[in-house]
Write a protein of this length. Structure first.
Length: 618
């Protein structure tokens, strides 16, 4: 079935193939991708769209000496397959298996680790300058998607690179537009022409001749820009200082090979616009590239089949994301000052229904987390109530804006922080391991961590009532199954609640850790407290627990360093109270099954009981 693909164990094997064999390789790669990802889950549609581009890049460039830097990583499965990891694809995103993103310690062909978007141009520029400083002809290529180009960091890098002479190629993989006729044969021809040495030499020669006549030279440059602007949308990138080439059909191997071959010989910053189709070659993914963007396991012949809704709807646990989405719709219906903001994560953050019901108050700002927060700050200045739905890992990218633009000005912006804690298959780059630590040190902010679905809804409502910034941080997936009350009530700010009374030990649980702490409390006959607020901390309750118990144990799905447990320890400093802090260890935790990952960190019932018993016997 994979007669040709099975002979490719490295890009060197690929470069030995004749050009007429490459279409067959493309077909086999697509077949292999669908078969492989249907068994493991992962990102499918985007990878189906980059088959020919990846083949052409490894065929033309001398990888790994030449550097390929892939943005985000959702488009790198073909790259992994062609660089000796075909057999390992069966372990994709599993514990001990290969990562779903490029990873430097996984392969020398993964030149830069990615997971967050808009970083590729900066990294590739650094590599291009390193080659220049070393006097090397080594080339650097950044492959960035049209979505990632909305990130401000990408434009910062373009601005810097265009003013330098390093040999950098930026490839815009534009997979959000169809390949219409004007982007076909004519533009492929123009791309080959403009990437060729004759065009480059003619351009340089004209500049030399016209240097003595500045007005004429300026006229010639502007004429060239306007001509290029009429046939290709490249004027903006030319203004950044790049030589723009394209757009070309990203599924036309001959056009790709010829154009990349020409560009490989050019000096200075180059920009190639490639148009691809998400899901290419698998009809179901072509028809619904969003559904097939990130997939679980599925039957490749039947495709993704919607799970039937059980008759007993009351027995279905909602995810925390769904709880947020429903709350946002409910509160927006009650208060027309509420607006919802997402940095390109509408579906992931549970906002499609809100976007449908309140389109004028829904804002997807693209992959631009910094802008999202300052945009929210501006809305808050004029009396609106902005709610920013953002993953914990992506909030890290807007830390300055959170401090400078929101917290210092004490603006009432609600951060609905999804994916707090470990996230499973996406691994370290997407884990929300640090938010409690980096949030609680900021003045003026209120930080809450719900222990169940109903508490999540009530905390979101509480946050909206505050006259200042607030954060409600909740995990991925479902909660313990507590019924969600439609009525909304504000919680007393900074107050925890005792959920179980016991002897000797008091377990102070934050957020998602309440459920295993309650189970551990039953085993140990320990007092269990649902702390609810990380900031302000319920200091009176902490001091009371310290007076009544021999040992205080804090449990959180956040790094121990600087987290909620540290807040408790600071509260008790100098009082001689024994405190055991349990949380995520001081390391980046790789991908795996969430339950097993928590167990490995000692954050399941058995792990909590064992840690407390070890401490009590000391």
């Amino acid at each position: 079935m994979y007669a040709l693909l099975n002979t490719i164990n490295s890009p060197e094997d690929l470069r030995k193939l004749s050009r007429d064999k490459l279409p067959q390789l493309s077909r086999e790669l697509r077949e292999f991708l669908v078969e492989s990802v249907s068994k493991t889950g992962g990102h499918l549609a985007s990878n189906l769209g980059t088959v020919e581009l990846t083949i052409a890049l490894h065929a033309v460039y001398n990888t790994p000496d030449d550097k390929l830097v892939w943005d985000v990583g959702h488009q790198t499965y073909v790259h992994k397959i062609l660089t000796g990891r075909r057999a390992a694809m069966s372990t994709l995103r599993m514990a001990g298996g290969i990562a779903g993103f490029p990873k430097r310690d996984e392969s020398p062909y993964d030149t830069f680790g990615t997971g967050h978007s808009s970083t590729s141009i900066s990294a590739a520029l650094g590599m291009a300058v390193a080659a220049q400083l070393a006097g090397s002809d080594r080339r650097a290529v950044a492959i960035i998607g049209d979505g990632a180009m909305t990130g401000g960091m990408a434009f910062e890098a373009l601005n810097n690179a265009g003013a330098m002479s390093a040999n950098l190629l930026v490839i815009l993989n534009d997979n959000d537009m169809s390949i219409s006729r004007p982007v076909g044969a004519l533009n492929n021809y123009l791309a080959r022409l403009m990437s060729g040495r004759f065009y480059a030499a003619m351009r340089r020669g004209s500049e030399k001749v016209l240097k003595g006549m500045p007005p004429v030279l300026e006229f010639a440059k502007r004429a060239e820009e306007h001509v290029k602007g009429m046939v290709i949308p490249g004027t903006m990138f030319e203004e950044f200082g790049f030589n723009y080439i394209g757009p070309i059909d990203g599924h036309d191997l001959n056009a790709l090979l010829d154009t990349l071959g020409n560009i490989r010989k050019l000096e200075g910053p180059q920009f190639l616009h490639v148009v691809t189709q998400k899901g290419k070659g698998y009809a179901r993914a072509e028809d619904d590239c969003l559904l097939y963007h990130g997939v679980g396991k599925f039957d490749r012949d039947q495709g993704i089949v919607a799970k039937p809704v059980p008759d007993n709807v009351e027995g279905v646990k909602p995810t925390y994301t769904q709880v947020f989405g429903q709350w946002l719709c409910d509160i927006a219906a009650a208060d027309d000052r509420v607006v919802g903001i997402t940095p390109a994560m509408c579906e992931g953050s549970g906002m499609p229904e809100f976007a449908k019901k309140f389109p004028s108050r829904y804002f997807d700002v693209g992959i631009a987390e910094q802008h999202a927060l300052t945009f929210a700050a501006g809305l808050a200045c004029d009396g609106y109530k902005p709610v920013v739905a953002i993953y914990s890992t992506f909030l890290q990218r807007a830390y300055d804006q959170l401090i400078h633009d929101i917290a210092i000005q004490k603006l009432p912006v609600v951060l609905a922080i999804d994916r707090g804690g470990l996230v499973g298959a996406d691994g370290a780059t997407h884990a929300g391991s640090f938010d409690l630590s980096f949030l609680r040190c900021i003045p003026n902010i209120t930080v809450m961590a719900p222990s169940d679905e109903n508490e999540c809804r009530q905390m979101l409502y509480t946050a909206l009532q505050l006259d200042g910034p607030s954060a409600v941080r909740y995990p991925r997936g479902v909660g313990p199954g507590v019924a969600v009350e439609s009525e909304m009530q504000a919680l007393p700010v900074g107050r925890g609640e005792v959920r179980r009374c016991g002897q000797r030990v008091a377990i102070l649980a934050f957020g998602s850790m309440l459920a295993p702490s309650l189970s551990a409390g039953e085993v140990l006959d320990a007092t269990v407290v649902n702390m609810r607020f990380v900031k302000p901390l319920d200091m009176a309750l902490v001091l009371r627990m310290a007076r009544e118990h021999e040992l205080l144990v804090t449990v959180e799905e956040n790094t121990v360093q600087g987290g909620a447990g540290s807040a408790v320890a600071e509260c008790l400093m100098g009082l001689g109270v024994a405190v055991l802090q349990l949380g995520l260890p001081d390391l980046f935790i790789e991908q795996g099954e969430p339950a097993q990952m928590l167990a490995d960190c000692g954050l399941d019932t058995a792990g909590i009981v064992a840690a407390i018993n070890r401490n009590l016997t000391k």
